[in-house]
Design a protein around this ligand. Structure first.
Ligand SMILES: Nc1nc2c(ncn2[C@@H]2O[C@H](COP(=O)(O)OP(=O)(O)OP(=O)(O)O)[C@@H](O)[C@H]2O)c(=O)[nH]1
Length: 378
């Protein structure tokens, strides 16, 4: 997860910008969304796969005999595509891109099947078929099942609209009152599906925020930090296996000095103001790709992917200095100052995360022992 996921104001703007595209979504949120998409794709693919042979029996009694074998072949191909969708989806639970491709293939399979049947009709008319003209409506209705962004859903919706126009053209309904009526119905269903998509993505995001962000500071909580560290370390291992080298990974552990005294002197609410002010200093000093988390009460961890310890020293000094000159006001309007102690450690070779966190903790402890308001990196 990147630092962009940390601030509710910048990374989770409310309303449409949350659900229009996934541009503002963190890697971790994408992972959560792909899990939800995964379950629904499997479910809908199974429903379609079940309906396909059942409807072949209906076709047997309705479709002109000369068309039947070709339609059956098209159904078999659709079944193949649906099986492929299930196989791809089963193997790609955590990759949002792969699950999104599965959704597209899932919706395209019946659409292409319908198109193929329309092209096969020749001298026959679409009213020689039964249960086909509702395929575009069924697909648009099924779009509402998925937590898709509005743009993703709109893209699929436009393909379905095109299918409906081709169907109307073949059936001689295009630009007739009946054709307009069907288009009106399809567009209304599409609007309802888009609304359902918007609601799903925003609900998912609200739940995700509640589960992953610290409510006071808006920074990541300890659980998400540890998960992100595991992912980063696994990725480093992969990079080392692939290319023999991996980018450096440096961590900072920061603790507010004599914070208990601030609480005791000015009250808990002013202590909270100091914590918020500290969090905003950290956000201001870091890059988009950095991770900041509240690790404990007044203890924070910063993860700097791709940054060696030497560069992290400069950042730590900027943060330390920024805290020193920042002022918060108490209930009487008097200034409250605060400082921070910082420990720094760079991940070594195959070091386990627990071992690194222990080294980091020792350095912070040393900074406290040296008199606080200082940095220890050796
Ligand atoms: N206001 C406020 N205080 C908190 C919060 N979480 C933890 N604290 C307080 O942070 C204080 C931490 O105190 P200590 O662990 O003794 O550390 P310290 O006073 O900062 O001293 P050193 O770390 O040794 O410099 C405790 O008084 C906690 O109650 C919070 O969310 N808000």
């Amino acid at each position: 997860m990147t630092r962009q996921a940390l601030s509710t104001s910048r990374w989770f703007p409310s309303g449409l910008s949350d659900t229009l595209t996934n541009k503002h979504h963190s890697q971790d949120f994408n992972f959560a969304r792909s899990e939800y998409l995964h379950t629904r794709v499997m479910f809908v693919a199974m429903v379609f796969a079940l309906l396909t042979p059942i409807w072949a029996m209906v076709d047997y009694f309705i479709i002109p005999g000369a068309l039947y074998s070709n339609v059956l072949l098209a159904r078999a191909l659709m079944m193949g595509a649906l099986t492929l969708v299930m196989l791809i989806t089963r193997r790609s639970r955590i990759s949002l891109d792969k699950v999104r491709h599965s959704v597209a293939l899932l919706m395209l399979s019946p659409a292409l099947f319908y198109l193929a049947v329309l092209l096969m009709l020749g001298d026959y008319q679409s009213h020689d078929l039964a249960g086909y003209s509702f395929i575009p409506f069924l697909l648009v209705a099924f779009l509402s099942v998925f937590p898709l962004t509005l743009l993703e859903s709109f893209g699929i919706g436009m393909i379905i609209l095109l299918l409906e126009l081709i169907s109307q053209y073949k059936g001689g309904l295009l630009l007739t009152p009946l054709g307009w009526q069907d288009l009106w119905l399809l567009c209304t269903l599409m609007a309802i599906s888009l609304w359902a998509n918007h609601s799903q993505v925003s609900t998912l995001m609200r739940l995700y925020r509640q589960a992953s962000l610290d409510p006071l500071t808006g920074l990541l909580n300890r659980g998400v930090l540890l998960e992100s560290l595991d992912q980063l370390i696994a990725k480093r291992k992969e990079d080392r296996e692939d290319s023999g080298k991996a980018a450096p990974l440096t961590l900072l552990m920061l603790d507010l000095d004599r914070f208990k005294r601030i609480n005791d002197t000015h009250g808990h609410s002013i202590g909270d103001q100091v914590l918020k002010s500290f969090a905003s200093i950290l956000r201001g000093e870091l890059r988009e790709s950095d991770i900041i988390a509240r690790y404990g009460g007044e203890e924070f961890i910063i993860v700097l992917p791709g940054t060696p310890k030497s560069d992290a020293m400069g950042l730590a000094e900027r943060i330390r200095h920024h805290c020193e000159k920042t002022r918060v006001y108490n209930h009487q309007g008097e200034t409250v100052s605060f400082t921070t102690s910082i420990g720094i450690a760079e991940l070594r070779g195959d070091e386990a995360i627990d071992a690194m966190l222990l080294r980091l903790d020792n350095r912070l402890y040393e900074a406290k022992a040296r008199g606080r308001n200082c940095i220890v990196a050796t």
